[in-house]
Design a binder for this molecule. Structure first.
Ligand SMILES: [Zn+2]
Length: 337
C-alpha cells in the first residue's frame, strides 16, 4: 500500500489502523483527488490560489517556487504574495509522510528556480525526485534550518505488538504546529527567497513581517488561553503535536499501533492504563476522520473524541493556517477544562 490515511501516521510507527483509515480517507475525503487535485479536495480556495497551484510554468519571468506540502505552501505563498509563482508538490488531501512523487513533480522541480521544504526528514520522497529533476540551478530552502528538533518528548503508548520501527532519524518534523517555530520557518523562507530573487526583497520583507505579526498574536492567544489549563494531557493517534504541547505546557501522549480490525481487551486495557497514569483529559483524532475503533475506544476511556488539525491537509489560502490553528485552540480549551 503506497498511500496511507492522512496524518494518522503515529509519528514513529505506522499503525495497523492505517489501512483501515486509508480506505475511509480515500473514499470519504480524497475521492478523485489522485487524478484531479484541483477539484473537490481544496474547499473554499481563492481563485488566485487555484491559479498558482495549477500554474505549470513561470509566468513573465516570475521566480518559480515549488513547495512540498500544505503548511510550507501557506508560509511561502504568504511571503511571496504575487511577485513569485508558488506551487505545491503534495496535493492537499494526499498523505505527506508516505508520499510517492509523480512525473509531474519531477517536471515541476526541473523548471523551478526555488524549492522549499519543511525538512527534518518529513519529505522522504524529495531526495530522489530532486535528483531526477537534474536542475543544477535550483535553490533549496530548508524551512526548519536552525530549529532544534525534538526526539521522543511524548510518551508513546503501544496498544498492540510492536512492528518494524521507523524512527524519525532527524527528530519529530511537525514544527509548523508551534506558532513560534512557524515564525522561524517564515523567516527562513523569507531569507531564502530574498537570496534567490533579490529584486523583490522589499516585497518579501513586508509580506513576511505582516504574517509574522499574525503569528505573534496567535502565539499570544494560545498563551493567554492555555495558561488556564496547565499540564493538560491529551492522547493523539498521530505524533504531530509535541512542539505545540511543549510550547504551551501541555502534554501529548501518542498512542500508536492500534490494530487494523479490532481492539483486543489488552489494547483497551493498555489505553485505559495510560489514561489513568497520565491523567489524560482529552482524546484527539483529526478533522474528517470518522473511525469506529477510535469512537469505541473513546467510549471505553470515557473521553470525548475531538478533532485536532495537523494542517497536513486543508485550504490553500495562507490565512487557513490561522483559521485552523484557532479552531485547534478552541478544541484544546474545551477539552482541557
Ligand atoms: Zn504528521
Amino acid at each position: 500500500m503506497t498511500i496511507n490515511g492522512k496524518g494518522l501516521i503515529a509519528g514513529r510507527q505506522r499503525s495497523g489502523i492505517l489501512s483501515m483509515m486509508t480506505l475511509l480517507m480515500l473514499s470519504m475525503i480524497t475521492g478523485c483527488s489522485q487524478s484531479n487535485p484541483n477539484q473537490g479536495t481544496i474547499p473554499e480556495q481563492s481563485p488566485q490560489a487555484q491559479a498558482t497551484v495549477s500554474t505549470p510554468v513561470a509566468q513573465l519571468g516570475k521566480t518559480k517556487v515549488v513547495t512540498t506540502f500544505l503548511p510550507i505552501y501557506l508560509f511561502t505563498k504568504a511571503v511571496a504574495g504575487n511577485v513569485a509563482d508558488v506551487e505545491i508538490l503534495v496535493p492537499p488531501g494526499t498523505e505527506v509522510h508516505e508520499y510517492q512523487a509523480t512525473p509531474e513533480n519531477v517536471k515541476a522541480i526541473a523548471t523551478a528556480n526555488v524549492l522549499v521544504k519543511n525538512g527534518l526528514g518529513l519529505e522522504g520522497f524529495l531526495e530522489n525526485t530532486v535528483k531526477n529533476a537534474q536542475n543544477t540551478k535550483l535553490a533549496e530552502i530548508d524551512a526548519s534550518k536552525g530549529i532544534k528538533p525534538l526526539n521522543e518528548i511524548s510518551p508513546v503508548v503501544k496498544t498492540a505488538k510492536e512492528e518494524e520501527d521507523h524512527e524519525h532519524a532527524q527528530g519529530n518534523p511537525h514544527v509548523w504546529l508551534d506558532p513560534v517555530l512557524a515564525k522561524q520557518q517564515v523567516t527562513n523562507i523569507r531569507d531564502g527567497l530574498i537570496a534567490a530573487d533579490p529584486a523583490n526583497k522589499v516585497t518579501y520583507e513586508a509580506n513576511a513581517a505582516a504574517y509574522i505579526k499574525e503569528l505573534e498574536s496567535l502565539n499570544n492567544e494560545f498563551q493567554r488561553t492555555l495558561q488556564k489549563t496547565p499540564s493538560c494531557t491529551f492522547i493523539t493517534f498521530h505524533d504531530a503535536f509535541p512542539y505545540l504541547a511543549k510550547r504551551y505546557n501541555l502534554k501529548q501522549v501518542a498512542v500508536v499501533q492500534i490494530p487494523e480490525d479490532q481492539l483486543s481487551p489488552t489494547d483497551v486495557q493498555n489505553a485505559v492504563n495510560a489514561v489513568k497514569k497520565y491523567k489524560v483529559k482529552a482524546l484527539f483524532s483529526e478533522p474528517g476522520v470518522d473511525n469506529k475503533l477510535l469512537s469505541s475506544l473513546s467510549k471505553d476511556l470515557k473521553l470525548t473524541l475531538r478533532p485536532l488539525d495537523s494542517l497536513e491537509t486543508g485550504e490553500t489560502d495562507p490565512q487557513h493556517y490561522f483559521k485552523a490553528m484557532k479552531a485547534n485552540l478552541q478544541i484544546l480549551e474545551t477539552s482541557c477544562k
